[in-house]
Write a protein that binds this ligand. Structure first.
Ligand SMILES: Cc1ncc(COP(=O)(O)O)c(C=O)c1O
Length: 400
């Protein structure tokens, strides 16, 4: 339609939302469907955080706030960066936005010009390439492999950098693979970046607190302090504090970049919801023990899912370090045929047949830029996960 903008034509609707909707439609039509597509914790927001929001309403904290966040929250964010990441940011170097997604969108909109390249390792969170395109930039997708446990290698990073590279988007632990970079793995990447002073890092640390076993989370500006001046460290309360609906994300970065993002935000969303900001102050400053308790539950679910998937014929599922996703390979199922006579030529065929034959909704790897794989979110009850994995095993066994 001629009325719509050209930039909109460059992007596609979120495939993860599409799968979730298809599963919802099938369930509404009476089918027995287990949805493993959603990317949000099944836990509720902790009570102390809810109470802080209620108190904020009662105090009348219901007006516009500063565009980039209330001083109390910006200070809590500076304290969090210092306490947990050994990063020093002043409040003038911090911006609060309506969700982590808005931080990334603002950063790309505030910095990209036509021809600017954004390095995005694949598989990637679905929004990165589309946001880069919306902002007028060029996504430069760098595939990783199952053998490298879906982690970008220094060689691949080096080869992807050109004079037009503006950003590397880095995400650990990752959506959709759960892969988390160790200190040494990240240091090897930051060493490459040190040699290319025009490249900035946008690090998406959203899953920082969802890390298991002895994995220790690290972030680029912490591993290589010399990158501090060209790193935007993004984080948020959505996943760690089960606050997806509250819409609070934040970042720390050089003052000039933060100022540009504030300017952009002042002409788009303005401040994030005042009540949510007060809830986030409590999330960051309040008790943190439930994070480890919940992480333990996620770890048990991860172990269950990985072990059950690896018992399914023709699936290969590595054990990820964090997040609440696994990313098994379905390469062994390609060109096989379902009992209904459908031959599987792609991971999209695989997930469609799995949904139709066994009522399990997962997302095909092609949506995340690396095939033939699929993503399972294990942020759902253990019973549902067991049942879903049994169905997946049955589905794989039924292929010939
Ligand atoms: C890797 C990653 N980054 C950012 C976000 C966005 O977070 P928010 O809900 O705070 O916008 C998500 C949400 O799914 C995510 O998986």
């Amino acid at each position: 339609m001629g009325f719509l903008s050209d930039s909109l034509a460059r992007v596609k609707p979120s495939p993860t939302i599409a799968v979730t909707q298809k599963a919802r439609d099938l369930a509404a039509a009476g089918h027995d469907v287990i949805g493993l597509g959603a990317g949000e914790p099944d836990f509720d927001t902790p009570d102390n955080i809810k109470q802080a929001a209620i108190k904020a309403i009662e105090r009348g904290e219901t007006k516009y706030t500063a565009v980039d966040g209330i001083p109390e929250l910006k200070q809590a964010i500076c304290d969090k960066f210092k306490r947990e990441n050994d990063l020093t940011y002043q409040p003038s170097q911090v911006l609060v936005a309506p969700g982590g997604k808005a931080v990334i969108y603002n950063a790309l909109m505030a910095t990209l010009n036509p021809g600017d390249e954004v390095i995005i390792p694949a598989p990637y969170w679905v929004s990165y390439p589309d946001m880069a395109l919306l902002a007028g930039g060029t996504p430069k997708i760098v595939p990783t492999t199952l053998e490298d446990r879906f982690k970008l290698t220094p060689q691949a990073l080096e080869a992807a950098i050109t004079p037009s590279t503006k950003w590397l988007i880095f995400n650990s632990p990752s959506n959709p693979t759960g892969a988390g970079y160790t200190y040494d793995e990240l240091k090897a990447l930051t060493d490459v970046l040190l040699r290319h002073s025009h490249v900035w890092v946008l690090t998406d640390d959203m899953y920082e607190h969802l890390a298991y076993d002895d994995f220790r989370f690290v972030t680029p500006a912490q591993v290589e302090p010399q990158l501090h001046e060209r790193t935007l460290t993004m984080n948020g309360v959505s996943k760690a504090y089960a606050m997806t609906g509250w819409r609070i994300g934040y970042c720390g970065g050089p003052e000039e970049l933060i100022g540009a993002m504030r300017k952009l935000q002042s002409q788009s969303t303005s401040n994030p919801a005042s009540i949510s900001q007060w809830a986030a102050v409590e999330a960051l400053n309040g008790p943190q023990d439930f994070i480890a308790e919940r992480a333990q539950v996620f770890k048990e679910r991860r172990d269950l899912v990985v072990s059950m998937l690896n018992q399914a014929p023709d699936l290969d599922c590595p054990t990820p370090e964090g997040a609440f996703y696994v990313y098994p390979s379905c390469a062994g199922c390609m060109n096989k045929t379902t009992p209904k006579g459908k031959t599987l030529h792609s991971d999209e065929d695989f997930v469609t047949a799995l949904l139709e034959d066994e009522g399990v909704a997962v997302v095909h790897g092609e949506a995340f830029g690396l095939s033939p794989f699929f993503r399972i979110s294990y942020a759902t009850s253990t019973e549902a996960l067991k049942e879903a994995c049994q169905r997946i095993q049955r589905f794989c066994a039924s292929l010939s």
